[in-house]
Design a protein around this ligand. Structure first.
Ligand code: HPA
Length: 277
């Protein structure tokens, strides 16, 4: 088997394993939990947990704060699949594990992917532990996960991404945030590859490009999901000001700690949003 065939086989087997575990539940929504936001997983009712290690081709995780579990159950009464943990492009340039994860949940019946991440703010009015609804992105990873042979059975070679972050879902999430009294900014997310944080000069460059938050994830997930026809929405939890915009020292531990502070509002918003997405 070549790598394209092996990947397709992994997707098929992982989807079959997930479908069997669904036990008649039909989740249309899946959520990927970002760094420090894994706490949402404990709110899943009657959870059925599958370790990524039991799903062929799924990512094998190495970073603290990322659990590596697929959780099936209900959030606020709504059937969902929660993906707790994912691989980043600072760990590998191999996009297949992420592709397997996203294509397998699509094959298992999911229609909408809700992404979340921890991010640095590029704007003084977007404060730490506040939330930002992603309206658009800039792919500054130097990589696109769709590079390489294209398997037409998953999606087309060329993918239009002018409405990558679904406008209808965005409008719905904004309404829910208002109803719930959750402060929600809107803006453009730029993905840097990491693993080093940005320099102050890079942050000024990203500001000039029109980005509002910076992180190291979600863009590949969005591109893979749009390619296979999933609708995408996403929220950044602001864990720090971008380098040079404040005196705080950036670290992964700081990201996890500050994400936990924003997690309350994030959970409140997601629990209400799943009802109407
Ligand atoms: N830069 C990149 N990724 C991040 C940041 C940041 O400032 N904060 C959380 N994730």
């Amino acid at each position: 088997m070549n790598e394209v065939q092996l990947h397709a086989e992994n997707v098929r087997q992982a989807a079959a394993r997930i479908t069997a575990a669904l036990g008649g539940l039909k989740p249309r929504l899946a959520l990927i939990l970002g760094t420090g936001l894994g706490g949402l997983a404990r709110l899943v009712e009657n959870p059925v947990v599958i370790a990524y290690t039991d799903l062929p081709g799924f990512p094998l995780l190495t970073v603290a704060g990322h659990a590596g579990q697929l959780i099936i159950g209900k959030l606020n009464g709504v059937p969902v699949i929660v993906l707790n943990g994912r691989k980043h492009f600072y760990e590998t340039s191999d996009a297949y594990p992420l592709k397997t994860m996203i294509r397998a949940i699509k094959a298992a019946g999911v229609e909408t992917l809700f992404l979340s991440n921890a991010a640095g703010s590029l704007r003084m009015h977007i404060g730490v532990s506040e939330l930002m609804l992603i309206t658009d992105h800039i792919n500054f990873l130097g990589l696109n996960p769709l590079v390489g042979p294209n398997d037409e059975s998953f999606g087309p070679r060329f993918v239009p991404v002018s409405d990558a972050w679904d406008p209808v879902l965005r409008a719905t999430i904004k309404t829910v945030a208002q109803q719930q009294g959750v402060k929600l900014h809107e803006g453009v997310y730029v993905a840097f590859r990491g693993p080093s944080f940005e320099t102050p000069a890079e942050i000024r460059m990203a500001q000039g490009w029109g980005a509002d938050a910076v992180g190291m994830s979600s863009v590949p997930d969005c591109l893979i999901a749009r390619h296979c026809g999933l609708k995408v929405a996403g929220i950044s939890c602001i864990t720090n000001m971008g380098a040079g915009l404040s005196d705080e020292k950036l670290s992964h531990a700081h990201t996890i700690e500050m994400a936990a502070r924003g997690a309350g509002a994030f959970e409140k918003l997601v629990l209400a949003a799943v009802k109407v997405l």
